[in-house]
Ligand binder design. Structure first.
Ligand code: AMP
Length: 230
């Protein structure tokens, strides 16, 4: 029987979580669950959740926990996520969400939590040049555009700048990261799940580091105890 792999990727906005999570989902054949993408899709379609989420997102504020937790619970309990596992991107975002995730899954069900470390001056540069597919959420940049005229290579959707990539909203999201999300590093270190990896460098070099560290954990060679820096 295939082992179920359950991962969380943490990191500041612009740390490369989305890109690395897509690579991890392909490598381990698990579901990429990105709460930001799910919420943007809900806003676009105009569902009840989307209508409620839109105004928080525009300002860079966090959506109320109960809404996001419900979305994650639904997604993790069916299909590939249930059968093979998942990589969570953008969730949990605070300690309460992390505690709810622990309650949702069996105790000790997460295999590893990767903290992608990138200095703030670099994430600001990355966010300024970031472009995303409005349909599937694939990430591009002005330095690495899609092949054809801002049309997504994956799905043919329109590649645009995110509406919340404005200066004020970016600053608010980075402040919230420090306040709400950074404490998760200590939380998961305490739960012996944390692996710290440098997110600086080429996408592939970073993903090689991440996959090597996860493989060590999955094979039992290396159970995270304190922080590991690669
Ligand atoms: P992201 O794509 O992860 O940067 O998320 C974009 C926006 O979606 C955030 O600024 C929040 O408004 C909202 N969001 C995404 N994930 C969460 C979460 N786990 N908790 C609360 N709000 C979230």
């Amino acid at each position: 029987m295939t082992k179920v792999v359950r991962l969380v990727v943490l990191g500041k906005q612009g740390a490369g979580k989305g890109t690395q999570c897509i690579r991890l989902s392909r490598h381990y054949v698990i579901e990429h669950i990105a709460t930001g993408d799910m919420l943007r899709a809900a806003v676009k379609i105009g569902t009840e959740v989307g209508r409620e989420a839109a105004e928080y997102m525009e300002k860079g504020e966090l959506i109320p926990d109960d809404i996001v937790i419900r979305l994650v619970k639904e997604r993790t309990s069916t299909g590939i996520a249930h059968e093979r596992g998942f990589v969570l991107d953008g969730f949990p975002r605070n300690v309460h969400q992390a505690e709810m995730l622990n309650n949702m899954l069996l105790p000790d069900a997460l295999d590893a939590v990767i903290n992608l470390r990138v200095p703030t001056n670099l994430v600001l540069k990355r966010i300024a040049s970031r472009r995303v597919c409005a349909d599937c959420g694939a990430t591009y940049s002005t330095l690495r555009p899609p092949t054809l005229n801002w049309t997504c290579d994956n799905c043919g959707g329109e590649v645009v700048q995110r509406e919340d990539d404005t200066e004020a909203a970016i600053q608010r999201r980075l402040d919230l990261y420090e306040l709400e999300t950074k404490p998760l590093i200590a939380f998961y270190r305490h739960h012996r799940k944390l692996i710290e990896i440098s997110g600086v460098g080429q996408e592939e070099a970073v993903s090689n580091r991440v996959i090597a560290a996860i493989d060590d954990v999955l094979s039992g060679v290396n159970k995270p105890t304190h922080s590991q820096t690669s």
